[in-house]
Write a protein that binds this ligand. Structure first.
Ligand code: NAD
Ligand code: AHE
Ligand code: ZN
Ligand code: ZN
Length: 374
């Protein structure tokens, strides 16, 4: 397509533990099989903060973080057949090549075609498309949405209905799809179930929406920040509890409240202690607990194996088990059809220049999602 290098604004993470820095970056044209997009909006997810903190074993610096975006195709590289300039897209940190062992298994959404290079902050050919004065800047989760322009492999983009507002459906690039998908796709919660949701941020609240859509009868929200309870109840939680208000471990409280435990629990925090609580509040014989939260380097989960011997199931999920290219466009359609709302999640909006505010609000527990508007 004869595209040129673009100079644009991006938020660069130079070092772990330091605020992002707004810089002018060079964004190379898309190479073979790649697409360059202009971002319209991006959400800020807790995983961005996790990697910036230095806790992510795969965190490389300097990098452009961000993985919850939406935008428009600006140019396409050689051999790109499924996308064209002007298409509306959502970047996928879990791509879908359709031909690797994982894609063909029918058992997982974890396409591995480019996973090795993606985890090193590189494009599939082992190089980067971002630089500052010629110094390479790493990609992040294959998406790097904290930039006005970014380059992705074609297999890392879902083409969506152009009528969808990109400032809202960007949340389907991670948080909302992850929470809803974990409930409906990974756990397959049935109508009438009792469900416990640990952590009432963007992910936990989306899990509540999923549980309500699945017809769960009882939805128990758990958080140490009671400011999160009102929205949780509005979205479908039937009760909310704060572990700090009890002397007993919270799993015992939940077992007592539910005549032996819940049918399903979801850990949406990233804390190995609450992961244990989430498993142990499940009902003997059949309760299933799904880990969604991401825990730091070196951390491990534990429980008595007897918990599993007696029928509880421990599992995990990435991106809600959703296959991005074939299934995400349908989430957008369901949103457009009014099956669920996204505006409740967007507590703050701001320009890229103020992105560090989004991290401050998250750490203070004041936001659900901040959305950056480009
Ligand atoms: P968030 O910061 O918006 O929400 C986390 C919530 O947990 C907050 O409301 C906080 O008050 C609560 N919390 C913290 N410690 C707690 C405790 N000890 N007990 C009870 N509640 C507690 O985060 P988020 O964006 O919703 O992300 C949640 C987790 O999910 C993070 O670990 C994130 O990295 C992970 N995540 C995983 C996937 C995936 O695909 N598996 C996708 C997105 C996010
Ligand atoms: N890089 C970390 C793990 C981070 C992680 O688990 N990421 C989730 C998505 S979080 C989105 O907010 C994920 O998709 N995991 C599957 C995968 O292949 O990365 C580590 O511990 O190394
Ligand atoms: Zn995320
Ligand atoms: Zn694949």
């Amino acid at each position: 397509m004869g595209a040129e290098t673009i100079r644009c604004k991006a938020a660069v993470a130079w070092k772990a533990g330091e605020p992002l820095s707004i810089e002018e970056v060079e964004v190379m044209p898309p190479q073979k099989g790649e697409v360059r997009i202009k971002l319209t909006a991006t959400g800020v997810c807790h995983t961005d903060a996790f990697t910036l903190s230095g806790e992510d074993p795969e965190g490389v610096f300097p990098a452009i973080l961000g993985h919850e975006g939406a935008g428009v195709v600006e140019s396409v590289g050689e051999g790109v057949t499924g996308l064209t300039v002007g298409d509306h897209v959502i970047p996928l940190y879990t791509p879908e090549c359709g031909e690797c062992k994982f894609c063909l298994s029918g058992k997982t959404n974890l396409c591995q075609k480019i996973r090795a290079t993606q985890g090193k902050g590189l494009m599939p050919d082992g190089s980067t498309r971002f630089s500052i004065n010629g110094k390479p800047i790493y990609h992040y989760m294959g998406t790097s949405t904290f930039s006005e322009y970014t380059v992705l492999p074609e297999i890392s983009l879902a083409k969506i209905n152009p009528e969808a507002p990109l400032e809202e459906v960007c949340l389907l690039g991670c948080g909302v799809t992850t929470g809803m998908g974990a409930v409906m796709n990974t756990a397959k919660v049935e109508a009438g179930s009792t469900v416990a949701i640990f952590g009432l941020g963007g992910i936990g609240l989306s899990a509540i929406i999923g549980a309500k859509m699945a017809g769960a009868e009882r939805i128990i929200g758990i958080d140490i920040n009671e400011d999160k309870f009102a929205l949780a109840k509005k979205l479908g939680a039937t009760e909310c509890i704060n572990p700090k208000n009890y002397e007993q471990p919270i799993q015992e409280v939940i077992v007592d409240l539910t005549d032996g435990g819940v049918d399903y629990s979801f850990e949406c925090i990233g804390n190995v202690n609450t992961m244990r609580s989430a498993l142990e509040c499940c009902h003997k014989g059949w309760g299933e607990s799904v880990i969604i939260g991401v825990a730091g380097a070196g951390q491990e989960i534990s429980t008595r194996p007897f918990q599993l011997v007696t029928g509880r199931v421990w599992r995990g999920t990435a991106f809600g088990g959703v296959k991005g290219r074939s299934e995400l466009p349908d989430y957008v359609e369901r949103y457009l059809a009014g099956e669920f709302k996204l505006d409740d999640f967007i507590t703050h909006t701001m320009p890229l220049d103020n992105i560090n505010e989004a991290f401050d609000l998250m750490h203070k527990g004041k936001s659900i999602r901040s959305v950056i508007h480009y």
